[in-house]
Design a protein around this ligand. Structure first.
Ligand code: SAM
Ligand code: ZN
Length: 394
């Protein structure tokens, strides 16, 4: 058999693929591929394009260059439709692409294997193109995400949802093609989990001053200053910048009370820039008395369990976007209310145990704040409770 060049070896409509890949980032919100973060997840548009172009023959195998160019443009047209987000489930567009794949592979396309499948984008897109898809990964989290993305939905293909709300609606017998029924259930039980979590732990999450939703609390770790005349809490901050975006500059200004030997934080916006951070390659500097300490002091403080935290800024979001707010005492009080009933006390190991144990953080629980532990605990309880709910309803 003579070797036949594939389209990907000759040319690709890269401008369109790049544009659609970049666009996808801002519109895929809520799509199953965002179920869980994965590092270096590839844009679905790029995966789809690569699969198509790796399977479809380049026309130069059979045609003189002039005619091949015309035919290649036709294939590019299919590919350019294929990579548009809006066409992800368009049966006509997918059908045209599948027909080309079939034509180039003698109606017997090879199975696709991605041995490093990460978040599963390549097997997902292979499945979309009607190909047999396989994936593996060294990391069990990646395997779980990929299973949820490509292995579980086909098991429920065509089935109606089981949740009482959808069942109660007239026409539930209707059209549950593909994963639509499953998607209804994921939305319903996902919302159920969210609402339950809000009932159980919502009181630990105060709003911003104008009712904004807080999306992060930024804490600085502190150690005691070794200067006996000072012994202030030294915030360890590598940079006081919050946002360097031109129209949205924001930073934290430490306000030092030398009498009380205390540091408060104020959020600043507009023109200007923060002072240097308190930590550099040499060690840390006390904002109250300017004493510098080596890392050995910071580590010893950590190991002696003297490390504490101070709230530096509150990050909130409303319709107009993200904003940074000076912390109030109320936000600290709420954070301190969180008391986890369970802590992951297992010792850190592997890469996690390389650096942080030098600072006295030795267990997984040490890596989280109490409020984060309460939230993780609540959500992991809710996963098994949701399972029971599903069984009850099904
Ligand atoms: C860049 S990511 C893949 C991203 C994926 N294409 C996506 O779009 O989500 C590379 C993956 O290779 C995995 N990996 C690294 N070494 C591996 C090995 N020896 N065997 C299997 N998987 C490995 C990593 O765990 C990681 O998930
Ligand atoms: Zn000091």
């Amino acid at each position: 058999m003579t070797y036949r060049k594939k389209l990907i070896e000759v040319a690709l409509p890269l401008d369109t693929i790049n544009k659609e890949s970049a666009r996808e980032k801002s519109i895929r919100h809520g799509h199953p591929s965002t179920l869980h973060l994965w590092w270096a997840r590839r844009p679905l548009a790029a995966c789809r394009a690569v699969l198509f172009a790796s399977l479809v023959d380049d026309p130069s195998n059979d045609l003189p260059e002039e005619e091949a160019k015309v035919e290649r443009d036709r294939l590019f047209g299919i590919l350019e439709d294929l990579v548009k987000w809006e066409n992800s489930n368009d049966e006509n567009v997918l059908g045209r692409a599948q027909a080309e794949i079939m034509r180039s592979t003698g109606n017997n396309p090879p199975p696709v294997l991605d041995p490093f499948c990460g978040g599963g984008s390549i097997p997902l897109e292979a499945q979309r193109l009607g190909l047999e898809a396989h994936g593996s990964d060294l990391n069990p989290v990646a395997v779980l995400i990929t299973k949820a993305l490509i292995e579980i939905p086909p098991k429920f293909a065509g089935k109606p949802p089981v949740n009482p709300e959808s069942r109660g609606k007239i026409g539930n017998e209707g059209n549950w093609r593909g994963a639509r029924g499953l998607a209804e259930d994921v939305r319903y039980y996902g919302k159920w989990m969210r609402d339950e979590a809000e009932k159980r732990i919502g009181h630990l999450y105060p709003k911003g001053p104008n009712g904004e939703t807080v999306i992060a609390w930024l804490w600085a770790r502190t150690v005691r200053c070794p200067n006996p005349a000072c012994s202030a809490a030294m915030p360890l901050v590598s940079s006081f910048w919050l946002s360097k975006k031109t129209a949205k500059k924001a930073w934290v200004e430490p306000v030092v009370d030398r009498e009380k030997k205390e540091v408060r934080f104020t959020v600043m916006t507009g023109e200007g820039a923060p002072r240097d951070g308190t930590v550099n390659r040499q060690g840390a500097t006390c904002l109250v008395c300017d004493t510098t300490v080596p890392f050995s002091h910071v580590r010893a403080e950590g190991r002696a369990k003297h490390m504490e935290q101070k709230l530096m800024a509150v990050v909130a979001e409303d319709e107009r976007g993200r904003k940074y707010i000076t912390p109030t005492e109320q936000h600290v009080v709420f954070a301190n209310k969180a008391k986890p009933s369970w802590r992951p006390e297992a010792e850190l190991y592997g890469k996690a145990a390389v650096n942080v144990p030098l600072y006295g953080l030795t267990t997984f629980a040490d890596l989280f704040t109490n409020r984060q532990l309460v939230a993780l605990d609540t959500f992991s309880d809710l996963v098994s409770e949701a399972r029971k709910e599903v069984y009850k309803d099904a």
